[in-house]
Ligand binder design. Sequence first.
Ligand code: SAH
Length: 399
Amino acid sequence: MHPPHEAPRVVLKASKVRAFATQHPWVLDASIDHVIGGPADGDEVDLVTDKGKFVARGIYNGRSRIRVRLYSWNRREPIDDDFWRRRLESALALRRRIGYDDPQGACRLVFSEGDGLSGLIVDRYADWLTIQVTALAVQKRLAVVVPILAELVRPRGILVRTERTMARSEGMEVRDGPYWGEPPAGRIRVVDGGLRDEIDLAEGQKTGLYLDQRENRRAAARYFRDQRVLDGFCYHGGFSLTAAMGGARECLGIDSSQKAIEEAKAAAARNGLANVRFETGDAFERLQALVAQGQHFGGVVLDPPKFARTRKNLDEALRAYHWLNRLGMALVEPGGILVTCSCSGLVTRDDFFHVLLGAAQQARRRVQVLEQRGAAPDHPVAVHCPETEYLKCFICRVE
Ligand code: SAH
């Protein structure tokens, strides 16, 4: 029995209680013994042990395999408006602390579990915010979260996007579009890592730019001075343009998206970088053709899309990374630099190391890892949620 004012309770299986000591924010359906109090989807619930002891507080969703998303491990902390305000303030304070607060800039203001806000991603592009909703818990609280963000950040407008796959797994309706303030009248200008770019928030991939690679582009550029650089999956040309800005001799960017290549060309012109070429094409095919021509580069960047989407296709994904890195190594001149990335969360750093070892063996090259990098610090990794560490970026010398 519990008093009626108490939140409904989700009772863990006895065998699963210990696993929750690490404060991982996801309670999968398989961990749950039973539910008391009939919570509706989006309701606040208390997670308790099989003995009835409080573990954490979260938000329930009977339609998702992640049955409860946990937000607080403090019994006295309700998930009310003040809660969202405190967490958002803390996330914003981090960005200020790391100097990611250029008013013309772009930055991830909230990174879901990385900021203790499972299901909420907020990016800032100059005067606009885009919210990516990845959990029903957050979708149901947009009316609380958006005005707080508007007050704390004072943007001109806030747009909401829902990722289709997450909408399906969370049982969410997709309600995308301008949510607060003015909708952007056209393309938005931002300065990202010193590069002037423009994005179309309505159509861009993801929420505009790949903000997670910002520091890696600069780190890579340090090795590319006076070099010829090949940028395998270039999107708007982030790596190649940063390299050119840093003194690379010439750069070639390849992307399969025609639109991305048009944007990359426009960005090169906008930033006055003449020694960068961009081509539409399949990177695997183009790299293979360059190998066949006997071409070599002082620097090669491989930043492919997420190959491993599910555990089932992990092996296939690892083979794709292997093949890609083998091609990449073959294209690096002796003593040159390979910057190789994987944004598949399912591929661990160790897995990626093994991919590089296998590729090095087959390419018959000696490979030294100079830097093992991750996402920029506006994508914080929560030690409680290993899934927040998804991006690997290794800078290697290939002899
Ligand atoms: N390096 C970029 C981000 C790359 S994201 C940056 O720093 O901003 C991955 C890119 O790979 C996307 O732009 C996508 O269009 C492209 N892509 C996907 N499959 C591809 C393929 N087979 N060949 C070339 N590009 C591909």
